[in-house]
Design a protein around this ligand. Structure first.
Ligand SMILES: [Zn+2]
Ligand SMILES: [Zn+2]
Length: 219
């Protein structure tokens, strides 16, 4: 298309012309590799059912899995995805997720909704695009089940407990049956997806699993 002629696409990370993310950068994205904590998906030294990161926490989801580690390159990728849309990134991210994560045994896919304020701007919302791409790949229906009840103060810079309080009761869900897969772009402490999963369960979901593109990993 015309825009491609005027502004040839370049790799977001290495600026090589051609595609939004070149093959070399795609394969160099740091994958989340097992063994993982069965519950929160954090990489661990040996398989455990709860790890240092999630033990003693009330998490409303059954398990969380992610494809790549949220390092500096992936942060650049996710923020460009948010700011500029970059249609082809959604299918690329879904392909990377589908490679890393086994298709969950769920009935429906939903996603963490956009902040009320942000939807007024002409921004892009990676979770909905990723959810649709995964629905397509995994042959699962995608429903917009969640709504935010209020504006949140940004989670960035908050500690774990503050994050939990910040998102508590921040979501309501439409009535739903069966097992639900909740999609988000980044898993940081799990506070947001846990609050969203809790709304889904109050609305009738028998269980909620979480899949994100990226995950913060504490070393
Ligand atoms: Zn590149
Ligand atoms: Zn864990």
């Amino acid at each position: 298309m015309l825009l491609d002629l005027l502004f040839p696409r370049r790799c977001i990370l290495c600026l090589v012309p051609g595609s939004t993310l070149c093959a070399a950068c795609t394969s160099a994205l740091p994958r989340v590799v097992p063994p993982l904590c069965a519950r929160c998906g954090s990489p661990v030294a040996w398989p455990v059912t709860r790890c240092r990161e999630c033990s003693g926490r009330r998490l409303a989801f059954g398990a969380a899995r992610a494809a790549v580690v949220y390092d500096a390159g992936v942060q650049t990728l996710v923020s460009s995805w948010k700011e500029r849309g970059l249609r082809d990134l959604a299918s690329l991210a879904a392909a990377i997720v589908a490679e890393a994560v086994t298709r969950p045994a769920v009935h429906v896919i939903t996603f963490v909704p956009e902040d009320g304020d942000r939807s007024l701007r002409r921004g892009h919302h990676p979770p909905v695009r990723l959810a649709r791409e995964l629905g397509h790949r995994w042959d699962l229906p995608v429903r917009s089940l969640l709504r935010r009840t209020r504006r949140l103060r940004p989670q960035r810079g908050l500690g774990r407990e503050e994050r939990r309080r910040n998102v508590q009761g921040a979501f309501v869900a439409e009535s739903v049956r069966g097992r639900v897969l909740l999609v988000d772009d980044v898993y940081t402490t799990g506070a947001t997806v846990s609050a969203a999963a809790s709304a889904l369960r109050r609305a009738g979901a028998s269980s909620v699993e979480v899949v994100t593109f990226a995950r913060a990993v504490r070393r």
